[in-house]
Design a protein around this ligand. Structure first.
Ligand code: NAI
Ligand code: SF4
Length: 442
């Protein structure tokens, strides 16, 4: 049984309220941090924990915090990225819905560590219920003296605001998020400078994912060293995984990093296997932005050893035989699913969400979508597969923000591992479409 640090009390009735959250030990980390630790000591604990950013990039959180510039007389900000929009990823929404105080507690401790006096939770615009839940929880916390002026009599002041996003996927990219928070169109900025140097209103800013901030609570309660004992290698701690697709038990699971992928998919503690007795065909392990892997490479490394749910093991073999943990959006496809159709579906998404600032992404995502549509709908040629390969290569690495790469990688990996399926669509357009849609072609 995996240890639970974030979801331990998920089934306790009323855990979304301050009263029950407190009964279960909530806000101990705030007391410990504000009364017994200095901001530098908190940063040190987070460094020791080995926590890596849970939004998708896996950048070491403590290192990011230590990069924060501290010029005299200039405000610093902590911004929580709750703009969760990655297809297949819904773990932050789950945490905010059921244990909102875990995020608020993490925000208070992290803001104190970073010297922020005003902090924001930027929530995806479509998540109105979660916005209301957070606002209610913040009001509760403020009324109880955990937020506002002179928290716990320590002299530390913190105002915490919830900002609804505008509903664009690109606003989850941290610099686009900051632009949006400043009231502008959410276009990504060129990095560097990183937000740690020039972020919100040009001031030093840390942008962290919801899960990363919530993980600071057990790190402070138990110590960074204890946290680092969980997991494997440089993948320390626990990770929330949003599991979806053709699974017996889709849902949000907290795993200890290092769990074998096979156990995650097939054991009753987690996903319970593939639904309807079907066989696993492929997975995307970390949200739609990461390469798709066929079943054999999902379960085993190229050398035959079990693949693990960790940053290193999932990316073992590079993109030739590996993928990425990303945001932990785990999607399973059974033997009846069509990789071409799915790739087209992802491409439509990225084309729609491209902000249009850079040509390779703006033009390339639309072009890939059109070619995939053509193949999927029975009008493709063999040259189209090579064309697709060529387009994605010209996008990757040539854009301002990672959306370009995110659009390219699913296409590249689908062709790399499932080229025969693309060719089948071209050679047998009627059969392949009949399988996907009945006879209908839309
Ligand atoms: P990144 O690798 O550029 O940056 C990661 C973090 O480290 C950022 O906060 C950045 O500011 C910081 N950083 C990196 N180098 C730094 C330096 N030298 N100095 C100071 N700070 C530094 O990746 P990015 O663009 O933040 O995230 C991309 C990931 O986001 C993708 O892997 C994707 O999986 C994920 N993603 C997640 C979504 C979700 O809904 N959870 C949606 C879309 C993408
Ligand atoms: Fe916009 Fe795409 Fe360029 Fe990112 S890669 S800045 S989404 S056009």
């Amino acid at each position: 049984m995996s240890r639970k640090l974030l979801l331990e009390h998920i089934n306790v009735p009323g855990i979304n309220t301050l009263e029950v959250y407190r009964q279960k030990g909530g806000y101990r980390a705030v007391e410990k941090a504000l009364k017994t630790l200095t901001p530098e000591e908190i940063v040190e604990e987070v460094k020791k924990s080995g926590l890596r950013g849970r939004g998708g990039a896996g950048f070491p959180t403590g290192m990011k915090w230590s990069f924060l510039a501290k010029p005299e007389g200039v405000a610093r900000y902590l911004v929580c990225n709750a703009d969760e929009s990655e297809p297949g990823t819904f773990k932050d929404r789950y945490l905010m819905t059921y244990i909102p105080h875990a995020l608020i507690e993490g925000m208070i401790v992290s803001s104190f560590a970073l010297g922020a006096k005003v902090s924001y939770i930027y929530v995806r615009g479509e998540m109105m219920p979660q916005i209301r839940i957070l606002e209610k929880a913040i009001a509760e916390a403020k009324a109880a003296g955990w937020l506002g002026k002179n928290i716990l009599g320590t002299g530390y002041d913190l105002e915490l605001y919830v900002q609804p996003g505008g509903g664009a996927y690109i606003c989850g990219e941290e610099t686009a998020l900051l632009e949006s928070l400043e009231g502008k169109r959410g276009n990504p900025r060129i990095k560097p400078p990183f937000p740690a140097i020039a972020g919100l209103y040009g001031c030093p800013t840390v942008v962290n994912n919801v899960e990363s901030i919530a993980a600071v609570v057990p790190i402070i309660n138990d110590g960074g060293d204890e946290y680092a004992k969980i997991g494997i290698g440089r993948s320390t701690g626990t990770k929330l995984i949003s599991a979806s697709g053709n699974l017996v038990k889709p849902g949000v699971y907290e795993i200890e990093l290092g769990l074998p992928v096979e156990e995650f998919i097939y054991s009753d503690e987690y996903c319970g296997g593939i639904a309807n007795g079907k066989r696993l065909k492929a997975t995307v392990a970390g949200g739609s932005s990461v390469p798709v892997l066929p079943a054999n490479l999902t379960l085993k490394l190229a050398n035959g050893e079990p693949r693990l749910m960790s940053y290193e093991s999932l990316s073992e073999g590079g993109f030739a035989t590996g993928t990425m943990l990303g945001s932990g959006g785990f999607i399973a496809f059974d033997e009846d699913q069509c990789i071409v159709r799915n790739t087209w579906n992802f491409s439509r998404f990225y084309h729609h969400e491209s902000c249009g600032q850079c040509s390779p992404c703006r033009e390339g995502t639309g072009w890939m979508e059109k070619v995939l549509h053509k193949i999927e709908h029975g009008h493709g040629t063999m040259e189209d597969v090579d064309l697709l390969w060529d387009i994605q290569r010209k996008i990757e690495g040539n854009t301002i923000c990672p959306l370009g790469d995110a659009a390219a990688w699913p296409v590249a990996s689908a062709i790399r591992h499932f080229r025969d399926e693309f060719e089948w669509h071209i050679k047998e357009p009627v059969k392949s479409q009949s399988q996907n849609y009945g006879i209908a072609n839309y």
